[in-house]
Design a protein around this ligand. Structure first.
Ligand code: ASP
Ligand code: MG
Length: 409
């Protein structure tokens, strides 16, 4: 007998019919002999509705009270799902985060899980119940309701799986797995059967919004076997997110092409080239809590150099303002900005043991006349910043060049 945690997202429980459909899946899994813990999100659109409602009363909602409000979305779905299961003759019990006792810190709206009391869930499972838990929420040690940040039900699912040492955590969503790239851009994109945690983190942070990033980190840390599947499809295997050692034999060199549209570039021209200059430029940017991604400092000539970096596009104006101050301070010549940048990355653990991936990437882009403005690399990823208008073309040609459209590539 296996212990499985199944997490269903907002679209999967978006209306009563869909909730009954989830109940049928849960019942079938239990009938197949497994113990099942279910985590659910709020019905689709509900969390947004509750946030908007709060803002009608208080433009800048008090975080503690906001958590009291938004946590109700999930409380409705756990009750409805249990009713659907009871109607089918399946023993089921629902619990809010606080009832389980998912203990978190007290940072309202973005709390972190500290400890999970699993006794109650275990007792219910032993007596043949399906346990249904509200995602996205917990309670701090003073008894206040907390929430885990948008998309946080994924993290609840993984955390429960870790606490219960479950055999697998299955994340049911409206796509049938993780793809080699976005199928809306490349129709030939393929579903991956397996991907490593590290690759998934690179793919997720670059815009493949299948899973909350924190849940993937959590699963990697606590060695939870994680699988992404569709709740609208029968019998698919989805994508298993796993450890490198498990898939070495069949590991492709490149697993996917990730991208991010919303980048902007800032350049400080004619900065005096002396120790501490990078800190003088980026220190104030970091203090303003702006994430810097790629960074380039050019070779200096005549004692001055140019310094460029990228930020998320919606931080562009703030970053520009900060640089204007920095310019006067360090005696730079000029600030230039470009707010229509995009980042494209090839991702794969296989590149650790292969040479020539970067040159293949650069040649492919060159053949299309796409100018690379910045480059950054990690052990399992090569990223380039390009003009946003070439993004889709770049993704398409790279997907083809690395033969990601071919099975077993
Ligand atoms: N309902 C929450 C949200 O919309 C949590 C989740 O669905 O994972 O962000
Ligand atoms: Mg989600």
């Amino acid at each position: 007998m296996a212990l499985i945690v199944q997490k269903y997202g907002g679209t999967s429980v978006g209306n009563p019919e869909r909730i009954k459909n989830v109940a049928r899946r849960v019942a079938a899994a239990q009938a197949a002999g497994d113990q099942i813990v279910v985590v659910v999100s709020a019905m689709s659109g509900e969390t947004n509705r509750l946030i908007a409602l709060a803002k009608e009363v208080q433009a800048n909602p008090d975080p503690r009270e906001l958590d009291v409000i938004v946590s109700t979305g999930e409380q409705v779905t756990i009750g409805l799902l249990c009713m659907a299961l009871l109607e089918m003759g399946v023993k089921a019990r629902s619990y809010t985060g606080g009832q389980v006792r998912i203990l978190t810190d007290n940072s309202f709206t973005k709390a972190r899980i500290l400890k999970i009391d699993e006794d109650r869930m275990r007792r219910d499972l032993e007596s043949g119940h399906v346990v249904v838990v509200a995602g996205f929420q917990g309670v701090d040690d003073a008894g206040n309701i907390t929430t885990l940040g948008r998309g946080g039900s994924d993290t609840t699912g993984v955390a429960l799986a870790a606490a219960l040492r479950a055999d697998e955590c299955q994340i049911y969503t409206d796509v049938d797995g993780v793809y080699t790239t976005d199928p809306r851009i490349v129709p030939e994109a393929r579903k991956l059967d397996r991907i490593t945690f590290e690759e998934m983190l690179e793919m997720a942070s670059l815009g493949s919004k299948v899973l909350q990033i924190r849940s993937v980190e959590f699963a990697g840390k606590y060695k939870v076997r994680l699988r992404v599947l569709s709740s609208f499809q029968e019998g698919g295997e989805g994508t298993l997110i796993t450890f490198e050692d498990d898939i070495k034999m069949e590991q492709p060199i490149i697993s996917g092409i990730a991208f991010n549209r919303d980048e902007a570039k800032l350049t400080v021209l004619g900065v005096p080239d002396r120790p501490g200059i990078a800190y003088q430029i980026l220190g104030p940017v970091a203090e303003a809590n702006i994430d810097v991604d790629m960074i380039i400092q050019n070779v200096s000539h005549d004692g001055t150099t140019d310094f460029s970096f990228t930020v998320n596009r919606n931080e562009f104006d703030r970053a520009t303002k900060i640089l204007e101050d920095v310019k006067a301070h360090v005696g730079a010549r000029e600030i230039r900005g470009d707010r229509s940048m995009a980042k494209v990355s090839v991702v794969g653990v296989g590149m650790r043991s292969h040479v020539g991936i970067a040159s293949k990437m650069f040649r492919t882009l060159a053949e299309e006349g796409i100018n690379i403005q910045m480059i950054s690399t990690s052990e399992i990823k090569i990223s380039v910043a390009i003009d946003e208008k070439y993004l889709e073309l770049a993704v398409r040609v790279l997907h083809k060049a690395f033969e990601l459209d071919q099975v077993g590539a």
